[in-house]
Ligand binder design. Structure first.
Ligand code: ATP
Length: 203
């Protein structure tokens, strides 16, 4: 049975924190493939000025070129309206079939926000949400999650927290460093650094 990871994010830009934590999850969960899915319009970041999704997709593609674990999906880029995870999961289910095991990755900082996600009760029944945690992370209380998704699903969410290496890099930091004229080398693969420079991103 296929075991597939789905990793949504803004990826503005993708960086080593994303890549290292995704590979670590894939290894621990024994996944054969991980799809990186840049969101066209993340519902939780509606007012942020974002880099066009075509650039974010291209940076992700270059970052993982030649690595058979990863694939970059433009499924959210091609869809109009907010990029709701539930819609993406439904599409993934249609294309991978009912027997595939689908895992949706989130970072530890996103788990407390999960109760606010669109149609979250349905979402947690349709996909296994796996939370990548880093050192020092404190999980939200079970009761807060249970209010949103029910006791059983809240228990599952908390038991599907997986420790991954702590890489203190964020896309915000990369954008800030660029805007200050500082180097972003080593924060993201060199091919992404080159793309950022060639296209004058984040200046
Ligand atoms: P921004 O700084 O613009 O908010 P970000 O670096 O947090 O961006 P996103 O694209 O918003 O990146 O994140 C996608 C997912 O990656 C989120 O679930 C987030 O928790 C996770 N993530 C981001 N940075 C890291 C990191 N350094 N290590 C592990 N996971 C990360």
């Amino acid at each position: 049975m296929a075991r597939i990871g789905l990793y949504g994010g803004t990826f503005d830009p993708i960086h080593h924190g994303h890549l290292i934590s995704a590979r670590s999850l894939a290894e621990q969960l024994d996944l054969e493939r991980v799809y990186l899915i840049p969101a066209a319009r993340p519902p939780h970041k509606p007012n942020n000025v974002m880099t066009p999704v075509e650039d974010r997709l291209e940076m992700a593609r270059r970052a993982v070129a030649g690595d058979s674990l990863f694939e970059v999906s433009d499924i959210e880029a091609r869809r109009d309206g907010p990029s709701y995870t539930i819609d993406t999961v439904q599409r993934a289910r249609e294309s991978f079939g009912k027997d595939a095991e689908l895992f949706w990755f989130i970072g530890g900082d996103s788990l407390p926000e999960l109760p606010g996600w669109h149609r979250v009760r349905e979402l947690v029944e349709r996909v296994t949400i796996v939370t990548a945690t880093r050192t020092g992370w404190r999980h939200p209380t079970a009761s807060r999650l249970a209010e949103a998704v029910g006791d059983e699903a809240a228990r599952r969410l908390l038991s599907n927290c997986v420790a991954t290496p702590s890489i203190g890099i964020s896309a915000t930091e990369i954008r800030r460093r660029r805007s200050e004229g500082r180097s972003v080398r080593y924060l993201t693969p060199q091919v992404v650094v080159e793309y950022i420079e060639a296209h004058g991103l984040y200046q």
